[in-house]
Design a protein around this ligand. Structure first.
Ligand SMILES: N[C@@H](CCC(=O)N[C@@H](CS)C(=O)NCC(=O)O)C(=O)O
Length: 230
């Protein structure tokens, strides 16, 4: 039986925009593992697979249910050892933690500041109400106030991505000649922006854009599936 990947969707079920789900999508594609997508709106996430407080991605594989993009990558690495590695060993796993931390601290917040209202606008009315209530509590201000006072620009994004731009002068991927999970960790938030705004926000003459476009095209164009954003 094919694995099931529970992924966040907008009002349009084909608009899959969660950065963390994209990390898992590309992890499965990297390993050549077949899966079927189960699109879930914000208000359905907590109770996926009988849960009470879940977040996506959630993967169902036979009798196993695994949640959280890094935990899923480790699960796939352990359970499908004959497929291409996502880490290339213990050192790769350890260094991935640095990439996750960098992406969480420097990239995710900039994209949230660029696209908060666009994310809201992509949701069905009941999910918009949920998104507004949870995010306004978190930020201590309305979505509109947040977007006005904390607005970020493509220049802010380019500044956050400067270490990657710099590194790509020496090698094609974070993983070296071919990508690893660490590449998908950074791909995820950029895909988040692309799938809610319709464009990547990256300077097209930059090395990050070349890297990002090559990941979009990889694995039969997996990155271009389920991401229609007009
Ligand atoms: N560290 C987790 C983060 C998961 C996460 O934050 N998922 C978000 C969607 S991008 C979610 O499920 N949000 C549900 C909510 O906010 O209620 C991972 O990498 O999987």
């Amino acid at each position: 039986m094919a694995m099931k990947l529970y992924e966040l969707c907008g009002a349009d079920e084909t608009n899959l925009f969660s950065p963390h789900c994209w990390k898992t999508r590309l992890s499965l594609a990297h390993k050549g593992l077949a899966f079927e997508t189960v699109p879930v709106p914000f208000t359905g996430v907590a109770t996926i697979e009988g849960g009470t407080n879940r977040k996506v991605p959630v993967l169902r594989d036979g009798d196993s249910v695994v949640e959280e993009s890094y935990a899923i990558a480790l699960y796939l690495e352990e359970n499908y050892p004959e497929t291409p590695s996502l880490f290339r060993g213990e050192g790769g796993k350890a260094m991935t933690q640095m990439v996750i931390a960098w992406s969480t601290v420097h990239i995710h917040p900039v994209i949230a500041r660029m696209a908060l209202l666009d994310i809201h606008d992509r949701l069905a009315p009941i999910d918009q109400a949920f998104f507004r209530a949870t995010r306004e509590k978190l930020f201590g201000m309305t979505l509109e106030e947040f977007s006005q006072t904390r607005a970020a620009t493509p220049a802010d994004l380019a500044a956050a991505l400067a270490p990657l731009e710099n590194m790509l002068a020496r090698q094609s991927y974070i993983g070296g000649e071919t990508p690893l999970f660490a590449d998908y960790v950074v791909f995820g938030p950029l895909q988040w922006l692309r799938t809610v705004q319709g464009e990547s926000g990256l300077p097209q003459d930059g090395k990050v854009a070349v890297w990002f476009n090559s990941l979009l095209d990889m694995y039969g164009g997996e990155g271009r599936k389920g991401a229609a954003a007009a």
